[in-house]
Write a protein of this length. Structure first.
Length: 93
C-alpha cells in the first residue's frame, strides 16, 4: 500500500479538516456570446473558407515534379519504418 504524503513531506495520515478552498465547486461556464461560437457566425465563416486552397495545390504540383523531393534520406527513413512495422495479414487475433 502506498501511504499518502502531506504537502510538508510527512507520511502521517491526512486530516479531514475543512478544505482551504471556499469558492464555488466549479467555475461558471461562459455564455456562447463570450466564446463567440454563435452558429450563424460559424456557418458564415465556413462558407467564406475555400475547400481547396489554390496555393496549397500549386505547392503540391511543384513538389510532385521536383526531382529531389522527397530526399533519398526521407525515402530511406520511411522505408525503414515500413519494413519494421508488423504485417497486418500475419497478426493473430
Amino acid at each position: 500500500m502506498i501511504t499518502p504524503a502531506s504537502p510538508n513531506g510527512s507520511t502521517a495520515p491526512l486530516s479531514s479538516s475543512t478544505p482551504s478552498w471556499t469558492g464555488p465547486a466549479f467555475p461558471a461556464v461562459p455564455h456562447a456570446d463570450f466564446l463567440d461560437i454563435q452558429p450563424d457566425r460559424l456557418t458564415s465563416a465556413l462558407a467564406r473558407t475555400p475547400t481547396l486552397r489554390a496555393e496549397v495545390v500549386a505547392r503540391g504540383a511543384q513538389l510532385a515534379v521536383a526531382p529531389g523531393y522527397p530526399s533519398a534520406d526521407i525515402i530511406n527513413q520511411i522505408a525503414s519504418q515500413i519494413v519494421r512495422s508488423p504485417d497486418p495479414s500475419e497478426t493473430q487475433d
